[in-house]
Ligand binder design. Structure first.
Ligand code: G4P
Length: 524
C-alpha cells in the first residue's frame, strides 16, 4: 500500500472567479499563510489586461508569469496544499475547464457588489458535471455591495447549488465592522490592513459582550440575522458539501486579508483529500500502490529559441518516483523522467517523488497530448474533460507556400496542447479553428510564427455552433450528412461534427431529423 498519511493530508484545489473578483488577491493571501511569500504584492496577477490584446510581447510576458505560477504548493497546519492556478482571461476558459479535471475541490470567489457573473456561472457548470465540492468566498465586503441575504439567493439560483453561510458580515462598505464566524462561533472585527491578520474573539452572541463590541443596534441585527439563517438554512453537513450538493459561504476582503484565514482553516478541515478518479477501464483509488497519472495541461516555454513545453501531470494513485520507468499508454512506450518539477510560488524545484493529489511538471518535446495517461504498465485511459463547442470559428490558411509542412506541424502540436479545436470541413477540406475568444486566434498566429516559423492567415466563416452528432438510425444519419454535406466536418478524433451556421438552422435540423442526437460537448 502507498503511504496513506501522505494522501489524506493533501488538498488539491483551484480558485476560480470571474476576472477582477479577487482571485489573485486571495491566492496571494493564502500563500502568505503558507509562508511561501513574506509580503503582500509578491504575486503578480496572471491576467492579461484588456489593453494588451494587440501587444504580443506583453501577452507572452504575462503568459510567462502564469507558467511559473501554474501550481503553487505549501504546507499549512500539517496539510499539503496544492493550488492550481487558472488563467484570468476568459478567452482562455478552456484551459480553466481542463484544470478543473485535476482538482479535488474548488473555491469560487464572487465580488460582493457584482454577484454571480458569466464566467463564474460557466465554471460552476463544469464543477457540477463532476460533482466537485465548492466553497464560495464573497469578496470585497469593505465595499458597498448587495444585501447578503439577496446574495445568497442569487448564488443559489444562478449557480444552481444549495448554499450554507458559515460566516456572516456585520454591515459592509465604509460601515463594515467584521464577520461573525458561524463555523467557529467567533467574532472577527475588521481592521483594514494588507499585512496584518486581525485577532479573533470568542464572543457569546447572546451576552452583552457583543453589544459592547459592536454596539446594541448592530448586535441585535446580527442576532436576528443569525436566527434567520438557522431557520432558513439546514445545518451545515460536510457530506452534502463533499457530494457537491451544498456550498458553504464565507464573507471577507481578500485585499485586506480579512476572512481569509477563517476560510483556509475551514477549508483544510472539510475539503476532500484526493478522490478516486474514473478511467475508462475502472475507478482508480488514490491509495492504490501503483503510480497512475494523467496530463491535463501543457504549457509552452516562453523562450522562443528553445521550444520545449511543460506537461502537467496529476498523480491519481501511488507514488511517482524520479527516473522510474512509466508507460506512456497512448504511445505504448516506457519513459523515464529525470527532471520532474514541482512549483513553490515563483520557484520551480526538481523533485524525487510525488503522491496522489500532487501535480508534477514533466519536460515535454511534443510527446504528450492533453488526456494522456501514465502508468506502471497497466493499459488505462483516464477520461478527460469533453471539448465544448467553441464560440468562434475561422478558416486557417497558409500564408507562405514554402512553409506548408511547418504550418501543419505547428497546428498539430498546438491542438495537442489544447490551445483551440480543429475541424476539417469534409466538403472543401479546409481547416477550421474554433476558439472561445478572439485572443486565442492571435495567440495561435503569433506562436505559429515564433515557434514554427510558419505564417497563417485567418478567413471568416460564419458559424454558430459545432455539434457532435450520433444516431441509432444509420440511414437517417447518412441522409442528414448528405443533406448537410457543406456543413459536415471531422474533429481530430475523426468524429462527425455538424457546423450549424445559425440557431434557427440547428433547430430545424433537430426537428427534421428526430433520431439524431446533437451534442454540444464531445463526450456523450
Ligand atoms: P482577479 O485575479 O480575480 O482578476 O482579481 P484581483 O485579485 O487582481 O483583484 C481585482 C481588483 O480588485 C484589484 O484592483 C484588487 O486590488 C481589487 N480587490 C481584490 N480584493 C479586494 C477587496 O477585498 N476589497 C477591495 N476593495 N478591492 C479588492 P485593481 O485596481 O484592478 O488592481 P490593483 O491596482 O489593486 O492591483
Amino acid at each position: 500500500m502507498a503511504d496513506n498519511t501522505e494522501i489524506v493530508r493533501r488538498r488539491t484545489f483551484a480558485i476560480i472567479a470571474h476576472p477582477d473578483a479577487g482571485k489573485t488577491s486571495l491566492t496571494e493571501k493564502l500563500l502568505l499563510f503558507g509562508g511561501q511569500i513574506q509580503v503582500a504584492g509578491a504575486v503578480k496577477s496572471n491576467k492579461i489586461k484588456k489593453t494588451a490584446t494587440s501587444d504580443w510581447m506583453e501577452i507572452e510576458k504575462q503568459r510567462g508569469i502564469s507558467v511559473t505560477t501554474s501550481v503553487m504548493e505549501f504546507d499549512y497546519q500539517g496539510y499539503k496544499i496544492n493550488i492550481l492556478d487558472t488563467p484570468g482571461h476568459q478567452d482562455f476558459a478552456e484551459d480553466t475547464y481542463r484544470t478543473l479535471t485535476a482538482v479535488d475541490s474548488v473555491i469560487i470567489v464572487v465580488d460582493g457588489a457584482k454577484g454571480v457573473e458569466t464566467q463564474t456561472r460557466k465554471l460552476m457548470e463544469v464543477c457540477r458535471m463532476r460533482n466537485t465540492p465548492v466553497i464560495i468566498f464573497v469578496n470585497k465586503m469593505d465595499r458597498e455591495g448587495k444585501d447578503p441575504f439577496d446574495l445568497l439567493d442569487e448564488l443559489e439560483e444562478e449557480l444552481m447549488i444549495q448554499v450554507r453561510p458559515l460566516s456572516w458580515p456585520i454591515e459592509q462598505g465604509p460601515r463594515f465592522k467584521g464577520v461573525y464566524n458561524i463555523y467557529e462561533q467567533k467574532l472577527d472585527l475588521y481592521q483594514p490592513s494588507k499585512q496584518v491578520v486581525t485577532e479573533k474573539m470568542e464572543v457569546d452572541i447572546h451576552t452583552e459582550e457583543l453589544d459592547n463590541q459592536i454596539g446594541k443596534p448592530l448586535a441585535d441585527k446580527l442576532r436576528g440575522d443569525l436566527e434567520l439563517i438557522e431557520g432558513v438554512y439546514p445545518a451545515f453537513d460536510v457530506d452534502s458539501y463533499l457530494a457537491g450538493e451544498c456550498a458553504p459561504v464565507f464573507f471577507g476582503s481578500a485585499l485586506n486579508n480579512f476572512g481569509v484565514q477563517e476560510l483556509l482553516n475551514c477549508f483544510v478541515q472539510i475539503a476532500p483529500s484526493p478522490r478516486p478518479v474514473q478511467a475508462e477501464e475502472r475507478e482508480v483509488k488514490p491509495e492504490e500502490p501503483k503510480f497512475t497519472g494523467f496530463i491535463f495541461k501543457i504549457t509552452a516555454n516562453i523562450d522562443p529559441n528553445h521550444r520545449s513545453c511543460v506537461a502537467f501531470c496529476k498523480v491519481c494513485s501511488g507514488k511517482f518516483v524520479r527516473n522510474a520507468p512509466y508507460l506512456h499508454v497512448r504511445h505504448g512506450k516506457m519513459m523515464r523522467f529525470s527532471s520532474p518539477t514541482q512549483f513553490m510560488a515563483q520557484r520551480k524545484t526538481t523533485i524525487d517523488e510525488a503522491y496522489a493529489g500532487d501535480i508534477i511538471g514533466l519536460p515535454d518535446n511534443g510527446t504528450f497530448k492533453i488526456g494522456d495517461t501514465l502508468t506502471e504498465g497497466e493499459q488505462l485511459h483516464f477520461r478527460g474533460l469533453p471539448s465544448f463547442s467553441p464560440e468562434m470559428f475561422k478558416y486557417i490558411e497558409n500564408a507562405d507556400p514554402m512553409k506548408q509542412k511547418q504550418l501543419a506541424k505547428g497546428i498539430d502540436q498546438l491542438m495537442d496542447e489544447g490551445v483551440a479545436q480543429l475541424f476539417v470541413n469534409q466538403f472543401n477540406g479546409r481547416k477550421i479553428i474554433g476558439t472561445v475568444g478572439q485572443l486565442q486566434f492571435e495567440v495561435i498566429q503569433y506562436r505559429l510564427l515564433n515557434e514554427y516559423n510558419a505564417s497563417c492567415r485567418w478567413e471568416p466563416v460564419s458559424l454558430y455552433k459545432a455539434c457532435w452528432i450520433e444516431s441509432d438510425d444509420a440511414d437517417e444519419l447518412e441522409a442528414f450528412k448528405k443533406r448537410k454535406y457543406q456543413y459536415m466536418a471531422k474533429d481530430r478524433e475523426g468524429r462527425d461534427v455538424f457546423l450549424a451556421d445559425s440557431g434557427y438552422v440547428l433547430q430545424m435540423a433537430q426537428m427534421d431529423f428526430k433520431h439524431i442526437r446533437f451534442h454540444f460537448t464531445s463526450e456523450f
